[in-house]
Design a binder for this molecule. Sequence first.
Ligand code: PEP
Ligand code: MG
Length: 755
Amino acid sequence: MFNKRDHTRLICDVGEIAGLFHDAPSMEEFLQKITAMVTRHMECEVCSIYLYYADEKELVLKATKGLNSVSVNQVRMKIGEGLTGLALKEKRPICEGQAKGNPNFRFFPGIGEEKYESFLAVPILRGSIEIGVMVIQSQKKDYFSSEDVQVFRAITAQLAATIETARLLITLDDQRAIVSATLPADLKFIIGRCGAEGVACARTVVVNESLTDMKQFEMVDGSQYSEKDLHTALEKTEQQLEGLQARIESVFKDVTALIFTAQILMLKDKGFIGSVFSLIRDGLNPPQAVIQVVQGYVTKFSMIEDAYLREKIYDVKDVGRRLLENLTGLSASDYDYQDKIAIARELFPSDVLKLFSQKVKGIILLSGGVTSHVAILVRSLNIPLVITNELALLSLEPTTEVLLDAFMGHIHINPDASIKTKILQREELNRNIGSLKRMIQDHPRTKDGIAVKLMANINLLGDLKAANEFKAEGIGLYRTEFPFMIRSNFPSEEEQYLIYQRLVEGMPGKDITIRTLDIGGDKVLTYSGYGREENPFLGLRSIRFSLKHTDVFIAQLRAILRAGEGRRVGILFPMISSLDEFLDAKKIVQECMAQLKIEGKKFIDNPHLGIMVELPSVVEIIDDMAREVDFFSIGTNDLTQYMLGVDRTNDSVAQMYLPHHPAVLRALKKVVDAGLRYGRDVSICGDMAHDPKYLGLLLGLGIRTLSMDARYLPRIHESLGQLSILECEQLAREVLSQSQISRITQILEHAHHAV
Ligand code: PEP
Ligand code: MG
C-alpha cells in the first residue's frame, strides 16, 4: 500500500490528468489511459470505467485495465444491479474485502474477474447527475483501507467532469444547424454600474456570439492547405490549450479546475477530428471541413436540454476557431481576448477564468449585478468590470475602441483623445499601491482613540496577499463557494481541507471566519443538478441547501474542523432564518466532531459558531438567537435585498437598493444592541462595510468590527482616523430619528463631506 503523502499529491495533480490527453486518439482510449493511471496510483490490478446511459438506464463497461478487453461495450448492467450498479443507485462507495462472497456480486462469464477478491466501486457524479461508476479490484483479500476509499473518491470526483465530456462526445448524434444575428446600433457613451473598479482602454470583442461567426474563414481559399497543415495546426492548438491550462493552474492553486481540458478532449475525439479528415477525403478542403464539423457540433450541443452541458457549445466554437486560426494563419482579431475588452451577455465563473487566462483587459457584462458572484470573482482578479443593460453593445463592430471607466461605471465608445488622457492619468494614480499602503494605520483607531477591527473578506486564496499587505486583522468572511463554483463538481473533503489549510496558514495568528457553502440565488452551481428554480433567491439557498444535502455539508464541516486545528476559527452559517436552523446546523457540527474523534483525526474542538444576519426574520428574533450563537456577522448585501424586497442583482431596481433605508438601519441597531446585551461579537461583512460614506454611521451604531475586500482597507483606515466616536454617535442618533430615505441621504452626504 502507498503512504498518505502520495495520496495528497495525486489529488492535486491535475497536470497528470491533462497529460493523459497526449496520444489518446479517441475518447475510448482516453478512458483507457485513465484506468491505467488509476491502477498505478492505487497499486491494484484492475480499474474499470462504466458509463451510465440514462435513456437505457444502463451502465456499460467502456474501459478496463486488468479485465478482459473484449468485455468492453459487452458488459452492461441496470442501475442497482451487481455491486457496481448498487454503488450508482445508492450514490456511495461499495467496498468489499471478499466480493465474491457478497450476494449482490454479479458474475459475468468471460470477463476474467474470478481471481479478484477486493472490490471498490465509486459512483462518478456531477452533483447528483449520474455519469458512471469507477471500479478497482485486487487479488488480495481485504486490500482497500478506509483511507483508500477516501482517496479513490477524491480521484473520481476530480475526473468526473472530464469523463462526462468524454461520454458526451461518445454519444452525440447529428442534428440540424442554428444561426443567430444581432442588430447594429449607434452608441457613444453608456452609463452602467461599477462591478470591479479599474480602467481599461482597448478594442472590444463580443464573447461567445463572435465565436459563431466563421465568415472570415469561409472566405479563405482553403485549397492551399493540406492535411499535413491541419496536423500541424492541431498540434499547435493543443499546445496553446495546454499552456492556458497550465497558466490557470499556476494562478489558482485552490481551484485546480480543468477549464481547458474539455477543449483538448475535443481535439482528441475521433468523432470530431475523424469527421474533419473524412470530409477532407470526401473532397472538402481543410478549413471547410473544420467549419462544417464545428457547425455540426454546435447544432448538436444546442439541442441538449441540460443548460450546463449546452454551455459546452462555447468550448466547441472556441476550439474550432482556434484551430482555424492556426491552420490559416489568419489572425481573428475579434476572437482573441488578449488585451481586449470582452462584452458578454452572460458569464459563468469558468468563463471569467478563461478570459483572465487570456489576459483580457476589461469586461462589460450585460446581466447580473455588482454583488453577484461573477462580479466578486472579477474583482478578485483585478479586471475592470462595468455592468449595464445596454444590449446593443452586442452589435458593436468588432475591434471598436472602448474606454472602460469602471470606477464610474462609464463606457466610452471611440473615446476622443482628451477624455482618454484624463482618465488614464487618474488610473495611473490609483495604481500606486505604495501610497495606498501608507494610508494603513498599525492599530486602526478613530481620531479619539477608539479601536476598530478591520478584517478582510476572502473570495480566492489569491486575495490573502492584499489582505496581509493592508494589515487585515484576520478574515471576517471566507466565501467558500468559490472553489465550488469554479470547478465542475463538488470538491471532496480532502480537497477542501487543503484549501482551508492554506487559508488558515495564510493568516498566521489571526482570527479566521469560514462561511459554509452559500449557493443559490446569484451563486449558481451549474452542476448541482437540482433544476432551475422560479425564484432562486427564495429557494434552496445557502444553509437550506446544506441542511438538505447533508453529505455535502458534512464533508465541508469536517474539512473546516480539521483545517482549524490549533487556531481560532469560527464557522459561519449563511442565510439562517430561524433558531431551529441554527440548532440543526450546530448539531451536525457536533456530530462531525464526535466522528472525527472516533477516527483519531486532529480538529478544532471549540469552533465559534455564528450566523449571517441577512433575513428580516432573524432580526425579529435576535435576542433568542443571541442566547445561542457565539457571534453575528451582518450581511448587508442580502439584508438590504430581503428587507426591501429589491433584487441585489437587478440593475433596473438598483436605485431602490439602499442600505441606508431607515428599516435596514434600525435592524442594524437591533442586532448591535442584542450583541451588547449577550456579549456576542457583531461585525458587518456586506459591501456597506467598505463604503466611507457609511463608516461614521456604523461606528455610531456601535459597530466595532468591519470586514471587507482587502482593496478597500486603505481608504477605510484613512477615513477612520478622521472620525470621532462622539460625533459618530450623534450622527447615528440623528439618522435613526428620520423616517425618510431622502433625508437620510442628505444627512449622510453632508456628514461625509464635512470630514
Ligand atoms: C452579504 O449578503 O452581505 C454577504 C456578505 O454575503 P454575500 O455577498 O456573499 O451573499
Ligand atoms: Mg449574503
